[in-house]
Ligand binder design. Sequence first.
Ligand code: IPE
Ligand code: IPE
Ligand code: MG
Length: 246
Amino acid sequence: MRSQKKGQAGAAAPAVLPRHVGIIMDGNGRWAKKHHQPRPAGHRAGAQNFRTITRYAARLGIQYLTVYTFSTENWSRPAEEVGGLLALFKDYLEEALRDFMDENIRVRFIGDVQAFSPNLQDLMARVEEESSVKTGMVLNLAMNYGGRAELARAARAFAQEVREGRRRPEELDEALLSSYLYTAGQPDPDLIIRPSGEQRLSNFLLWQSAYAEFVYSDILWPDFTPQDLDKALAVYASRQRRFGGV
Ligand code: IPE
Ligand code: IPE
Ligand code: MG
């Protein structure tokens, strides 16, 4: 560990800072197992770390951060684990709201929030509303998010507008399709980070990540430090992005 204070923007900030970073917060369960604790303890540790890394990213000057919190496929976990996660989101959002306000962070939820309880939905709406005046980093919390579900939703919305005579099918191009996504108006992610050693997207930002740089790390999410984020940013800065050119 460097001597620099935890949570403070590092002097090692790379010359090329990605505008939009995505993080697949994975490895909470394996972290709990490693520490001989039940899985919920891993999720709590992961939630704590979400707070640390989000604050750090905002201080570094990252403009957009998207964190994968709960996927459309995560409902397939045992009911007890899903219930525990939903309870954690509720407790945690209350607490994290203070950070968002202090750090000038604007929060958006991406995903189908209607699947959540009215209480949780109210809280999510309040977090979005209260932070909407903030002008710093935009934090997208991907909750009940899946890239395929997002694309199906976009197709449905467009088809509906065609049916109502407000759009013509031949108008649909990449830019117009993007405008139906949860991330409408935001730049595509430049960098996607996946801790825990897995090297897959697991349905995260499928459309938006077409040219994202992918960096994976063997470190489990609860152990992923600001210094590990610095390292991922340095790897990103060393990459040559070609976008199909030469
Ligand atoms: C990520 O950690 C948290 C969620 C998917 C909600 P996991 O729970 O997937 O942790 P592992 O992959 O089992 O270690
Ligand atoms: C991806 O992790 C989803 C989140 C981190 C929220 P998973 O643990 O669900 O992904 P798989 O099952 O290993 O692909
Ligand atoms: Mg996992």
